[in-house]
Design a binder for this molecule. Sequence first.
Ligand SMILES: Cc1cc2nc3c(=O)[nH]c(=O)nc-3n(C[C@H](O)[C@H](O)[C@H](O)COP(=O)(O)O)c2cc1C
Length: 360
Amino acid sequence: MSGNSFGEVFRITTFGESHGTAVGVVIDGCPAGLELSEADVQRELDRRRPGQSRVTTERGEPDRVAILSGLFEGRTTGTPIAMVLYNEDKDSKVYEAIKDTPRPNHADYTYQMKYGLRDWRGGGRSSGRETAGRVAAGAVAKKLLRGSGIEILGHTVRIHKIEAGDVTLDEIRRNPEENPVRCADLAAAKRMEEAIMKAKAEGDSVGGVVEVIALGAPPGLGEPVFDKLDADIAKALMSIGAVKGVEIGAGFAVAGKRGSENNDEFALAEGRVVTKTNNSGGIQGGISNGMPIVVRAAVKPTSSIAREQGTVDLQKMEETRIKITGRHDPCIVPRVLPVCEAMTAIVLADHLLRNRAAKV
Ligand SMILES: Cc1cc2nc3c(=O)[nH]c(=O)nc-3n(C[C@H](O)[C@H](O)[C@H](O)COP(=O)(O)O)c2cc1C
């Protein structure tokens, strides 16, 4: 199985399966001299961890990270940084019962068809647990970016039919970690939580939309033509399980605008070139323009639901019905948000390092 690595200079490789020994990541290309501790990484992992609130799964994984290499006396050495999280709370029995009956809209059927066998325990490699390694790598990327004045913010802007109202940057910095859905609009957050609990009570699930904003990115990040910044961000976010759509700036709404409405006019602010609006989401021609980079990801409703569903028994080749009894989030949106932040940070760290080779 190839395709487990991402990035050119700041390059990550994730490994592990949900109910195997461990999951983790190796980062190659992180510059030497970056101050880093396990606590820096743990803080981010705790935001992705299961069992954080009543809207997430009850799987009790502590997600304790161990940094195995690449650190000396609290600073990176420029050698590969390997980070591992041992899987502790595994219950594979419920997966054994459905190993021949693929869950609708999960990866069971496609993995089986592609490889002829698969580690069905907990969804194996296709489990959301794979993203723990990405979040660990993202914590390192965020630290690297912070040193260059780049801040990554994230918030939930929609759950099912409920949309957040307009919020300030201050609210996006402060509010999301104060509620289980990670929404900066606190009134909407309450209604979102209720919608999730209602779906859960009905044996169902809901999806939503998250937004990631990168502040302080300099103009010039992104490599034309195939490694455009927006192209790399789209790939990074679409590679996360359950992400089904990505928008940059105004996104799909550009289709309904006139040029005069969509164009971001240039202006000067304190001697700096800025744009008056930001429909481009901070990226033009695949290169950052110095405005906030704004991206959104649509997350589908969790496919493993408690309701009975139709499927096919692949051994007997006959239609049947399954009831999924494992521990699944009725809404994974609040846990996908830190993964989207991490992947955005990894892309920006990679392009920041690549950009150093752009001109003399
Ligand atoms: C953090 C995270 C947690 C997830 N948790 C679950 C879960 O509890 N149950 C589930 O069915 N899918 C979960 N998923 C989604 C599956 O991994 C994903 O739907 C599956 O791999 C199929 O990929 P696709 O949805 O991109 O087609 C999770 C994804 C992420 C990123």
